[in-house]
Design a protein around this ligand. Structure first.
Ligand SMILES: Cc1cc2nc3c(=O)[nH]c(=O)nc-3n(C[C@H](O)[C@H](O)[C@H](O)COP(=O)(O)OP(=O)(O)OC[C@H]3O[C@@H](n4cnc5c(N)ncnc54)[C@H](O)[C@@H]3O)c2cc1C
Length: 409
């Protein structure tokens, strides 16, 4: 039995751990802290959606992990056909945009025909009138003949809910009584309408423990779901709950610890040293420590030492935070040490100052199996830590699956 240590518990690490356990490996996962996956919106893209097509469908191995998480809506199709159509989501920024798949709490507009109801009520983060007008003006809506109409509905119950973030109100809707109360308010709103809409779009309030959209839909008798919110909404919290259930069901050992160092000894075994002072011995290690958001990469040019001090030596732009035999590259070239002590101006490396920026490419160099290029056998990397990959949820999932399967075999 192979012993596999997975470092990081975002979607890449979760997928790697679950995939390795399907090959009977003995897996230990180091939890770390919340990273990009916990901040993400709930839209599952393979490439940034603004760049156009979402390319090929989700393959079988990735689907198996999504099934194990039991929290995501996959479009029709079995993973190898052209019937995998993707989803269409409305964002609280007023956009209507495609995605490959999504959190089950979200309303997928792709098969809607008719009028979508947008409840209107007194809450500073939800302007039903403006949202309905903006979504209705979106190109997708006009092309598909879908319209959005706002109508009054009293969806806040207690005075404090005017000031609560979405995630707190979402947690209240895990309570069956509160979900029934919401269904009753929506039913009241529907009775006052001259025509029955085809669906109801709601704020990101439908559960934390699990997505409550299906239960609400059953109670109301119409498709109900959330709009897509920005960073830090309830979707990431639902991911954490789904992850913990899936890791538990797969009997994966989870340690609330961080790795400091991974090194391979002369006997061929990997030793992972932990922040707690313990260490773990394994046959393979998957680094899924994330990028600049998750903390796997750190922006650390020499000029960042002290604003007023002259840096003692020139340093490359960024480094991997975990001490392991990895090489950082960007656009297939090693990240160079600049000739100047202060390096280059920070704004020359990051969006929105430059398109397709260096920081979006920078990461650990890997082979197609996920093996870290140039490292001894048994070291793999996945997700946002990896160079020259799209920084998206599905790319991290698929990279995690590849690395997990390789690490276990
Ligand atoms: C605000 C926001 C919105 C986004 N929206 C979308 C979207 O709409 N669609 C889309 O497809 N993608 C989106 N993304 C991108 C997507 O969420 C990420 O690409 C993906 O989640 C990366 O997953 P990951 O597992 O590689 O990294 P992360 O989720 O960052 O996980 C890395 C993990 O490693 C842990 N870690 C780091 N160092 C150590 C250590 N030494 N020891 C132990 N653990 C460690 C961290 O604590 C963290 O848990 C968004 C990202 C953000 C931040």
């Amino acid at each position: 039995v192979k012993r596999v240590v997975v470092v990081g518990s975002g979607i890449a690490g979760t997928a790697a751990a679950l995939a390795a356990s399907t090959r009977s490996a003995r897996v230990t996962l180091l939890l770390g802290r919340p990273g990009a996956t916990v901040l993400a919106s709930g839209a599952l893209d393979r490439v940034p959606w603004e760049t156009g097509g979402q390319e090929r469908p989700i393959d079988r191995d990735a689907r198996a992990i999504l099934d194990a998480l039991d929290a995501y809506a996959l479009p029709d199709g079995d993973g190898d056909g052209e019937d995998d159509r993707g989803v269409v989501l409305a964002t609280t920024a007023g956009l209507v945009r495609p995605a490959r798949a999504c959190d089950r709490a979200l309303l997928d507009l792709s098969s809607m025909a008719g009028v979508v109801l947008v409840p209107r009520f007194d809450h500073p983060a939800w302007d039903g009138t403006t949202l309905a007008r903006t979504w209705g003006d979106a190109r997708w809506a006009t092309e598909h003949g879908v319209t959005f109409a706002s109508a009054p509905a009293q969806l806040t119950r207690f005075t404090d809910e005017r000031a609560l973030p979405d995630a707190d109100i979402a947690a209240r809707h895990d309570e069956p009584d509160r979900l029934s109360w919401l269904a009753d308010r929506l039913a009241e709103a529907l009775r006052a309408l001259p025509r029955r809409p085809c669906a109801i779009l709601l704020p990101a309030w439908l559960g934390i423990v699990r997505a409550r959209a299906r239960e609400l839909t059953a109670r109301v008798g119409l498709p109900c779901g959330e709009a897509l919110t920005g960073a830090g909404g309830p979707s990431g919290l639902r991911f954490e709950r789904a992850r913990d259930r899936a890791l538990g069901a797969a009997r994966i050992e989870v340690l609330a610890d961080r790795a400091l160092r991974a090194a391979r000894g002369p006997d061929g075994e990997w030793k992972v040293e932990l922040e707690s002072g313990d260490s773990i011995v394994a046959d393979s290690v998957v680094l899924a420590t994330g990028g600049f958001v998750g903390g796997g990469l750190e922006y650390s040019p020499a000029g960042s030492v002290l604003a007023a001090a002259l840096p003692p030596a020139a340093r490359p732009l960024a480094r991997a935070t975990l001490d392991a035999p990895v090489t950082l590259v960007a656009r297939q070239h090693p990240v160079e040490t600049p000739s100047s002590l202060s390096g280059s101006p920070p704004e020359s490396h990051a969006w929105p100052y430059v398109e397709d920026s260096l920081l979006d490419h920078l990461g650990v160099s890997t082979e197609p199996t996920g093996h870290v290029a140039g490292a001894p056998d048994g070291l793999f990397a996945a997700g946002e830590l990896v160079a020259d990959r799209p920084r998206t949820w599905l790319d991290a999932l698929e990279g995690g699956v590849r690395a997990g399967l390789s690490a276990a075999t």
